[in-house]
Design a protein around this ligand. Structure first.
Ligand code: AMP
Ligand code: ZN
Length: 464
């Protein structure tokens, strides 16, 4: 049984999809005014692992991540660059898709763009106006939140406090309530716009997700995600738009929110100079180590991004990959009958933790225990080739959603014949107990980036 924390009910709920074996999942996508940043990388990696774990459990997942390609930030940046918002979006979407792939994130089933859904957006606003949930003002069309009694339920909003808190805002455009939000914005000079029953204009921010979610997944869906910053107002507003339009609720059964990512303890922002883009991340760090780092934490936990944490993740991943190489080299035929049980326990422990709201830290506890048991058996030479294959198959299964274990046998690297000769010479000196000359060669090789290790099986080398 899978359980997950549902922001809507504020508790851990049993997960029952609308249709058994087919999960409808939507995650709010990026605003593409620039390259993606590591906050996006965190959220999309976390949801990618969740999506792929659900697939691993035998479900078909239809996974939608939208693209916000019309927005104040888009207009500002396009003007700055002297291009249209469409050119700006095309450029950044191409980069974003490439970056997601480099981060090991599987392509969503659909990545719909707002500007390709203007007709459907206008239709929804028309319905809301006709049903009395929306009204027109001089600068746009607004949703009247007092017409929707459930407003504030998702974010546990105290409406009285909010109202008095926002009353100071000047109501220059005659909104009925300061908290009413724009469904449609009438065009201002120099802004991109589309014709509509309310004149030229463009959509407000929230309406896009109500429209694209119903168009690509249906009026009711299983999971809707994003990071916690979106609970209010974005997701609150999506609920009232969708439920008021279709008259059915809940529009989303399970609301899932990922924790925010900060950088060295501070909120990432351009002005603080701690803003890290995904291209920068890919340049400075191993993407698999980043994915391992995200996968080692709970999706709901707040993350502090720092170099040390990624370096640690890289080391841990390397340890797994070393274990894998050792397993790949085993040729022994004498089987250890306890290995299948060991794998079964690890798998059960792992899945049990994952099925409790994707609790990755607990799931890893069971994998680390497994890893040390396997390393012990390797050292004891107590595994057969078949045992090793079973263990590797288990890791391959985990890779269906982790996608960071390197399961290919590494090609033996060859040293040039000159260097090999030096190693042979050193072995000869050692045999002759000429330690001084042997050490000289060791230092000589070290200076060339080759480290020698004397093992019971003879001398081994590695690149340093
Ligand atoms: P935006 O591009 O700001 O519209 O955000 C797109 C998605 O990334 C949303 O799901 C956000 O919640 C998420 N997101 C934005 N900033 C961060 C961050 N610093 N940490 C985690 N997720 C973020
Ligand atoms: Zn959204």
């Amino acid at each position: 049984m899978l359980e997950l924390y549902n922001t809507r009910t504020r508790k851990v709920d049993e997960f029952k999809p609308l249709k058994k074996g087919e999960i409808l999942m939507y995650v709010c996508g990026p605003t593409v005014y620039g390259p993606g940043h590591i906050g996006h990388a965190r959220t999309y990696t976390a949801f990618d692992i969740i999506r792929r774990y659900l697939e691993y459990k035998g479900n078909k997942v239809k996974y939608v991540v939208n693209i916000t390609d019309v927005h104040d930030d888009m207009i500002k940046e396009a003007n700055k660059q002297g291009i249209t918002i469409f050119e700006l979006a095309d450029k950044n979407i191409e980069l974003f898709v490439k970056d997601l792939e480099a981060l090991g994130i599987k392509k969503p089933s659909v990545m719909p763009r707002v500007t390709e859904h203007i007709k459907e957006i206008i239709e929804m606003v028309k319905i809301l106006q006709k049903k009395g949930f929306a009204y027109e003002t001089d600068d746009g069309v607004y949703f009247a939140i007092n017409k929707f009694p459930d407003y504030g339920k998702l974010s546990n909003l105290n409406m009285e406090e909010r109202k008095s808190g926002t009353r100071v805002e000047t109501d220059k455009y005659d909104k009925d309530n300061p908290m009413d939000f724009a469904l449609w914005k009438k065009a201002k000079e120099g802004e991109p716009s589309w014709p509509s029953p309310w004149g030229e204009g463009r959509p407000g921010w929230h309406i896009e997700c109500s429209v694209m979610s119903s168009k690509h997944l249906g009026k009711k869906i299983d999971i809707h995600g994003g990071a916690v910053d979106l609970v209010f107002p974005h997701h609150e507003n999506e609920i009232c738009q969708s439920e008021a339009t279709y008259g059915e609720k809940p529009f989303v059964n399970y609301w899932m929110h990922a924790g925010f990512l900060n950088v060295r303890g501070e909120k990432m922002s351009k002005s603080l100079g701690n803003f890290i883009t995904i291209p920068q991340l890919l340049k400075d760090f191993n993407p698999k180590a980043f994915r391992y780092f995200i996968a080692s934490l709970h999706y709901r936990s707040r993350i502090d991004f720092n170099e040390e944490a990624i370096a640690q993740a890289e080391k841990n991943l390397e340890k797994w990959n070393n274990t894998i190489q050792e397993l790949l080299a085993i040729e022994n035929k004498i089987e250890n009958p306890e290995v299948d049980e060991l794998i079964k326990n690890a798998k059960e422990g792992f899945e049990e933790a994952m099925d409790e709201d994707f609790n990755l830290p607990n799931a890893w506890a069971s994998l680390y225990e497994f890893q040390s048991a396997v390393n012990f058996l390797i050292a004891e030479k107590n595994l057969s080739k078949k045992n090793a294959e079973s263990i590797l198959n288990f890791l391959k299964e985990l890779n269906q959603f982790f996608d960071f274990f390197d399961l290919e046998k590494k090609q033996e690297e060859k040293l040039s014949s000159d260097l090999m000769k030096l190693i042979e010479q050193r072995t000869k000196f050692k045999k002759e107990k000429n330690w001084a000359e042997a050490d000289k060669i060791r230092d000589q090789l070290k200076a060339k980036g080759i480290e020698l290790m004397d093992t019971p099986d003879g001398v081994k080398w590695k690149k340093i």
